[in-house]
Design a protein around this ligand. Structure first.
Ligand SMILES: Nc1nc(=O)c2c([nH]1)NC[C@@H]1CN(c3ccc(C(=O)N[C@@H](CCC(=O)O)C(=O)O)cc3)C=[N+]21
Length: 285
């Protein structure tokens, strides 16, 4: 029997808590979102994030970048938002326009406003497994929350992360390592033979490569947990990187697309935002 990890349902539980925490605060919670308005995906996802934020009482300030924006001009914008006491958190939606050095923009976000956990300071804390509080990238943190909700054991388990982006694979590797799994990170230069052999061994597979049907049930070990971070559109329909039907009866757990990691990503971003708002008010009281 393959059980579906219901990200939409778990996200809803998190969102209820986030809304309560927002209501407890005696000040507005505001998320600033910087994005490239020319990118279709960014417009779609930023729209979804803003809508969900407003449903939870979080205000958003969506800021499209100018057509002629540069790395430096966007960093200046981030610095203004860092200094703006009405802003609780900042999200820089990826990808920014071609030629803009995204990594530099991420790292311009002040750690106490880093709602998406992509700046060098907080990512360094994640990789060092720092004991103090810091925000973690929304997608991999959302995956961890989902695994935790379903009590999926990680200690000593063999985890395979496929994809090494700054937003997903690298922080996913760090989180699973910090959770005492034995983690392998595969990526575009991993040979298909190597990938096949690691897939057959893995207890947990987390895949985000952006290729529909990249993973088939026959690739996997019986009883595996499969987390599908892919977000592809085929004939206008959202599909992940895993051939969902073919893993039935092989995987013990699988996340669907839609309704899996996507809603968890948004819930985690908004949870991070209210956490930043709470901590900021403590620091400044
Ligand atoms: N700085 C940054 N942080 C991000 O977290 C980030 C980003 N940049 N750039 C793009 C990706 C993509 N992303 C998604 C979030 C939610 C859904 C989501 O909720 N999808 C729905 C389906 C949507 C549909 O049906 O079209 C679902 O899975 O149920 C999808 C994709 C966040 N991203």
């Amino acid at each position: 029997m393959t059980e579906i990890l219901d990200g939409a349902a778990v996200a809803k539980l998190t969102n209820v808590q986030t809304a309560e925490r927002v209501a407890q605060l005696d000040k507005p919670v505001t998320l600033a979102v910087i994005y490239d308005p020319k990118n279709d995906g960014s417009r779609l996802y930023v729209g979804m994030k803003s809508k969900k934020a407003s449903a939870l009482g979080i205000q958003t300030r969506d800021i499209p970048t100018d057509a002629n924006a540069t790395t430096q001009s966007i960093i200046s914008l981030v610095e203004q938002l860092n200094a703006d006491d009405t802003i609780s958190g900042i999200l820089v939606q990826s990808p920014l326009a071609k030629g803009v050095k995204e990594r530099e923009v991420f790292s311009a976000v002040a750690p106490h406003k880093d709602a998406d956990g992509l700046g060098a300071t907080v990512q360094g804390m994640l990789f060092g497994d720092a004991p103090s509080d810091y925000t973690v990238a929304a997608t991999p943190q959302g995956v961890m929350s989902l695994l935790k909700h379903y009590d999926i054991e990680l200690t000593g388990k063999k985890a395979l992360v496929i994809g090494r982006s700054q937003l997903f694979g690298r922080p996913m590797f760090a989180l699973l390592t910090n959770a005492d799994a034995t983690v392998t990170l595969a990526h575009r230069y991993t040979s298909s033979e190597t990938l096949k052999s690691y897939l057959k061994m893995a207890d947990i597979v987390v895949v985000g490569v952006g290729i529909p049907e990249f993973i088939q049930g026959t690739d996997l070990k019986q009883g595996v947990t499969v987390i599908d971070v892919g977000m592809n559109y085929v004939d206008g329909k959202a599909v992940g990187d895993v051939d969902f039907q073919s893993v039935q009866g092989i995987a013990d757990f699988i996340t669907p697309v839609p309704g899996g990691v996507g809603p968890m990503t948004i819930a985690t971003l908004l949870e991070n935002t209210v956490t930043l708002a709470e901590n900021y008010s403590v620091k400044n009281s």
